[in-house]
Write a protein that binds this ligand. Structure first.
Ligand SMILES: Nc1ncnc2c1ncn2[C@@H]1O[C@H](COP(=O)(O)OP(=O)(O)O)[C@@H](O)[C@H]1O
Ligand SMILES: [Mg+2]
Length: 360
């Protein structure tokens, strides 16, 4: 029989005993029976790389003033790649209610404030440690995370083109996996755990991850799309191309059959990022009388002369027309930007209405 010492090296360091393991595709975690520590064994994709990244990043995150667990012991060998963290106290954030979601998003914004400070030496890639070799662009770093088969999928070129827009964003330190169960609230204190996906890249990566998890988890809980608190998520500056990338990465890793269902058109719509005047109506609009609850949704009209506007132009147009951003849309006749959606709004602009009314 193999000795416990070899099989469980943490025992020799006075750590444990640990309780029942929580099994996930890429990890096994066990809480110490006295609640003082958490043992994590990394399995599946690149266990040793993830162990090194997590143990190195938590130390650097602590230097930024973020409350993180202490590394009590770590190693790799017969027991695989493993780390024992000191347990932090607190209750994980939640998105079960609107109030809880509001609190969670507030905590995300607070953590981002400490994390996403411009860092001159940071270049896009996994982990926070300095990189050797020639730097890659953010879009390349993101595309490299897909399995090889994705390069041959019909949407690949559209995603690659859309992602190139984020190459100009400043590179900052990222948590890489922000979600409610990784933010533990203990009174006034906030502890942040699970740093194994830490990376350097634009801040929109972290924000978009939050939105992705929020929407996915709520849909899994059978929350109707109209009830998703899109207005709260709007506090986070997420980005359409990154959202499309995140969704596709999830499909590639966790729902391998479903990725074949994605079309180029889906990606163009997701990556549009509010740039097209002729966007489909956003979810927040669905509970209005002209929305999807009382009337069937109109089929998406293919854009004829696609008009591109920047977010600033969109904001200016909304201010000039005296309507919320999401009620802007193209005139059904001439595609001119107008107050198109919401209560009592016409489908045609004044000019087109006059022309139509004069028609005999
Ligand atoms: N140091 C810690 N103290 C208290 N709870 C922790 C600690 N580390 C992890 N947890 C809890 O255990 C869960 C799983 O740990 P995590 O590091 O996220 O592993 P995984 O890679 O399996 O997601 C976390 O979501 C968190 O709720
Ligand atoms: Mg986790």
């Amino acid at each position: 029989m193999r000795s416990t010492k070899t099989a469980e090296p943490w025992v020799g360091q006075g750590l444990g005993p640990f309780g029942v393991a929580v099994l996930k595709p890429y990890s096994r975690t066990r809480f110490a029976t006295d609640g003082s520590a958490v043992l994590k064994v990394y399995v599946g994709i690149d266990p040793e790389g993830r162990r090194r990244r997590e143990t190195s990043t938590v130390q650097r995150a602590a230097l930024r003033g973020i409350s993180v667990p202490t590394v009590l012991a770590t190693g790799c060998g017969e027991a695989g790649s493993w780390t024992v963290f000191g347990a932090v106290h607190g209750t994980p954030c939640s998105v079960a209610t609107r109030k809880a979601t509001e609190g969670y998003i507030g905590h995300v914004v607070a953590v981002s404030g400490m994390l996403h400070r411009p860092t001159a030496s940071a270049t896009p890639g996994p982990g926070w440690a300095a990189r050797t070799g020639s730097p890659v662009s953010t879009s390349q770093f993101l595309l490299d995370q897909f399995s090889a088969r994705c390069r041959w999928m019909p949407w690949w070129a559209a995603l690659r083109e859309a992602l190139s827009t984020i190459d100009a964003h400043p590179t900052v330190h990222l948590h890489g996996d922000l979600k409610p169960e990784h933010l533990l609230v203990d009174g006034e204190r906030l502890h942040v755990v699970d740093w194994e996906a830490s990376a350097c890249g634009p801040a929109v990566l972290d924000y978009t991850d939050v939105l992705f998890h929020l929407v996915r988890d709520l849909l899994y809980e059978d929350v109707a799309p109209a009830r998703i608190p899109v207005d709260l998520a709007d506090r986070l500056p997420f980005c359409g191309p990154v959202l499309a990338w995140r969704l596709l990465l999830w499909l590639d890793r966790r729902r391998t059959q479903d990725i074949d269902l994605v079309t180029t058109h889906d990606i163009v719509r997701l990556t549009a990022d509010g740039w097209f005047v002729s966007d489909a109506r956003p979810l927040r609009d669905l509970d209005q009388p002209t929305g999807g609850i009382t009337l069937p949704r109109m089929p998406t009209r293919r854009s004829r002369g696609v008009a591109r506007i920047t977010p600033v132009e969109r904001a200016a147009a909304a201010a000039a027309l005296g309507c919320p951003l999401w009620e802007l849309g193209p005139c059904a006749g001439c595609d001119q930007l107008m107050h198109r959606y919401g209560r009592y709004t016409p489908m045609y602009c004044r000019g087109c209405r006059t022309a139509l009314n004069d028609r005999r």
